[in-house]
Write a protein that binds this ligand. Structure first.
Ligand code: ZN
Length: 428
């Protein structure tokens, strides 16, 4: 066998093995989670016995199981799509037909990526629909109408085209014109773009989907202003968002960069939590900011992007890459659009092994933000707020430890609350 054919075969086997491993681990973890939650559905864990009823606990178990089932469908769909596009000949077909229409210039490269992105969006759409109108509906969380669902999808697609296509064109142009160190240039461009996006997102993009209202005057606003001063925080302020238009799930988050940063409470959260509890949730979010979690995440994100782009720069020179994934072009060079698509398909399979590290880091940040909150407000209030959130969102109190270690960005309920209670002064 000639050397190149042998390399193709080796890498085909490697990619197929990684794909199967990825699928197996996901299904195995999913099965563990389902079994663990079902096993613990009959009794509320002792430390929540006084605050969460058995009915709510069992509803959370049913919701978790239903989410796992949908997740399994999604995982299997993703694997089928991967195989169909690569060895199944989907990308080969696309490249052959687009090549006849668009030549092999920049337009061709952009068209390849855009077609695949549009296809993947279409595949996701029915699954998203099932999530909103079956899963979330069944558990009483969904507030979206069909019209809103499709309007959201259309807006996202349009936004993806308006912002995504020019960015894509610039990256693909750099790939063909900036020489062998194109990936450094692409990284510089990407870094500036994502910083810019961080600044414009809160006031240009997020308002396309939700209405943001500055928190009105009143006792809550006064308390929050005092907390902001106490923790040395200056920002464009605290907003409420009409999350209740789409879902009854409540949340709070931190968004934006520099002077554009803001804290957003879902209106569902404001309606449900008392002033003490809201203040505690805000203190937690401020902790993320004060302890530089936002900045650390941004910097590590940029570093990871650089590593990925360097890898892509290397793969561009490897003749086995596209053929080993089932695509052969007449010139032998796959073209940068196809290269980007293949990389985007294969990359996550390998990055999957990093998920536990990323989740662990995220959980550490959550503990740190909780500790920060406990220094500035009552830890007891944060515990009360969390219990309400677990209850309202039907979050399981009994996740499988391994599943949780692998995926969860937040610590398991019991661990998190125990740590907070250890910081709260004992009640007299
Ligand atoms: Zn947090």
């Amino acid at each position: 066998m000639p050397a190149l054919a042998r390399m193709n075969a080796y890498f085909t086997i490697l990619f197929a093995a990684v794909l199967i491993l990825h699928l197996s681990i996901k299904l195995w973890l999913s099965g563990r989670q389902a079994r663990h939650v079902a096993r613990n559905a009959d009794a509320v864990p002792e430390q929540f016995a006084a605050t969460i009823g058995l009915q709510d606990h069992q509803r959370a178990a049913r919701y978790t199981l239903a989410k796992q089932r949908l997740g399994i469908v999604q995982t299997i769909t993703g694997t089928v799509v991967f195989v169909a596009l690569t060895w199944g000949g989907g990308l080969q077909w696309l490249v052959d037909h687009l090549g006849a229409l668009a030549g092999n210039g920049l337009l061709f490269d952009v068209a390849v990526v855009a077609c695949v992105a549009a296809f993947l969006t279409l595949v996701d759409l029915p699954l998203d629909w099932i999530r909103s109108f079956r899963l979330e509906q069944e558990f009483g969380f969904n507030r979206m109408t069909q019209a809103m669902f499709f309007a959201d999808a259309a807006k996202s697609l349009l936004l993806g085209a308006v912002i995504g296509l020019p960015v894509l064109a610039v990256v693909l142009w750099l790939m063909r014109s900036a020489g062998s160190a194109w990936w450094l240039a692409a990284w510089a461009f990407w870094s500036v773009f994502s910083l810019l996006l961080g600044v414009i997102y809160p006031w240009l993009i997020a308002p396309l989907f939700n209405r943001f209202t500055p928190l009105g005057e009143g006792p809550l606003r006064t308390r929050i202003a005092a907390l902001l001063t106490r923790t040395g925080f200056r920002s464009n302020g605290v907003y409420t968002m009409d999350g209740s238009r789409r879902s009854t799930h409540g949340n709070a988050y931190f968004t934006g960069l520099g002077a554009a940063k803001r804290i957003v409470f879902y209106d569902t959260l404001v309606a449900r939590l008392g002033p003490d509890e809201l203040e505690a949730v805000l203190a937690h979010e401020l902790g993320h900011f004060r302890l530089n979690h936002v900045r650390k995440r941004l910097v590590s994100g940029l570093a990871i992007t650089l590593a990925w782009l360097a890898l892509l720069g290397w793969l561009q020179t490897q003749a086995w890459f596209a053929p080993s994934l089932g695509v052969v072009t007449p010139t032998g060079a796959p073209g940068n659009g196809l290269l980007l698509v293949l990389f985007a398909l294969v990359g996550p399979l390998f990055a999957f092994v990093l998920a536990p590290a990323y989740s662990a880091l995220s959980r550490r940040h959550e503990f740190e933000a909780d500790a920060f909150a406990a220094q500035h407000v009552s830890a007891q209030s944060l515990v009360q707020a969390l219990v309400k959130l677990y209850q309202d969102n039907a979050s399981t109190l009994t996740p499988d430890p391994l599943h949780s270690a692998f995926y969860d960005s937040h610590p398991p309920a019991a661990v998190r609350i125990n740590r907070l209670l250890a910081r709260a002064p004992a009640s007299p």
